[in-house]
Design a protein around this ligand. Structure first.
Ligand SMILES: *Cc1c(COP(=O)(O)O)cnc(C)c1O
Length: 225
C-alpha cells in the first residue's frame, strides 16, 4: 500500500509537464493514505465535501503547508465554512454563489482563489454555466473583487470518445482565451482545472494547468456511507 501511492505519484509526475499542478483528490480516502501522498511530495488535496474536509484538516493539522481545494458543488449555507477551510474553490458554478462567496469573503477578510465551472457541452445533470450563460454573467463576476478569479474548471460529460473529450477540453481552453482577450479587471484566466484519472492526458494536451486525480493515485475509493 505505502509504496503504491508514492509509486503512482512519481509515475504521474514524470509524465506531467512540470508546470501542471497535481491535485490529489482525496475524497473517501483515509488520512493515512493522504499522509503517504504528502510524503511523496503532494501539497494540493481536493475534497468534494465540507464536513469530510474539515475532519481531515483537523487530523492533518501537523501538515500546515497543504493547499485545500474544494472541487464539489457548494451549497449556499456552507459558503462560510468553505471559505474557512479551502484556499481554492474550483466549483463556483453560478453567479449567485459567486456573489455570496464574495460577500462572505469580504466579511471574513479572505481572498479565495476561484475557478468558474463551465459546461462546454450542455448537460442538465451537471452544475455550472453553459458558455452563453457564463459570457452573460462576466460583467457581474468582474465586480466580485474579493474573489481571485483564476480561470475555468470543467468536468467531461460521461460517455465521450477520445476525440470528443479532447474537443471539450479544447473548448474550455478556447473559452478561457476568449475571456482573457476581453481584458476584464478582475477575471484572470491563467488556470484551467480539467482532467481526472481517466482523461487527464487529453486535458493536459489541451492546456490544463491543474489536474484533479483521485483513483489513479489512491486506488478505489471506499463506498460512501
Ligand atoms: C472525484 C472527482 C475527481 C477525481 O476523480 P477520479 O476519476 O478518481 O480521478 C476529479 N474532479 C472532480 C470534480 C471529482 O468530483
Amino acid at each position: 500500500m505505502t509504496s503504491s501511492i508514492a509509486k503512482q505519484i512519481t509515475h504521474i509526475r514524470q509524465e506531467l509537464p512540470t508546470e501542471v499542478r497535481l491535485i490529489a483528490v482525496s475524497k473517501q480516502v483515509s488520512v493515512d493514505a493522504m499522509r503517504e501522498a504528502y510524503s511523496a511530495g503532494v501539497r494540493d488535496f481536493g475534497e468534494s465535501q465540507i464536513q469530510e474536509a474539515a475532519a481531515k484538516q483537523a487530523c492533518l493539522a501537523d501538515l500546515p503547508d497543504i493547499n485545500w481545494h474544494l472541487i464539489g458543488h457548494l451549497q449556499s449555507n456552507k459558503v462560510k465554512k468553505a471559505l474557512e477551510i479551502f484556499t481554492w474553490i474550483h466549483s463556483c458554478d453560478s453567479l449567485a454563489l459567486a456573489q455570496r462567496l464574495n460577500r462572505l469573503a469580504s466579511e471574513l477578510s479572505l481572498k479565495p482563489n476561484v475557478c468558474l465551472q463551465v459546461k462546454i457541452v450542455p448537460d442538465p445533470h451537471k452544475y455550472g454555466w453553459t458558455i452563453p450563460e457564463l459570457l452573460a454573467d462576466l460583467p457581474e463576476l468582474d465586480r466580485c473583487d474579493m474573489l481571485q478569479i483564476k480561470g475555468l474548471m470543467t468536468i467531461l460529460p460521461l460517455g465521450l470518445s477520445e476525440a470528443e473529450s479532447l474537443a471539450v477540453f479544447e473548448g474550455a481552453r478556447n473559452l478561457s482565451l476568449q475571456i482573457q482577450a476581453q481584458n476584464w479587471l478582475n477575471l484572470n484566466m491563467e488556470e484551467l482545472s480539467m482532467g481526472m484519472s481517466g482523461d487527464y492526458h487529453l486535458a493536459v494536451r489541451a492546456g490544463a494547468t491543474m489536474v484533479r486525480l483521485g483513483h489513479v493515485i489512491f486506488g478505489d475509493r471506499l463506498p460512501v456511507k
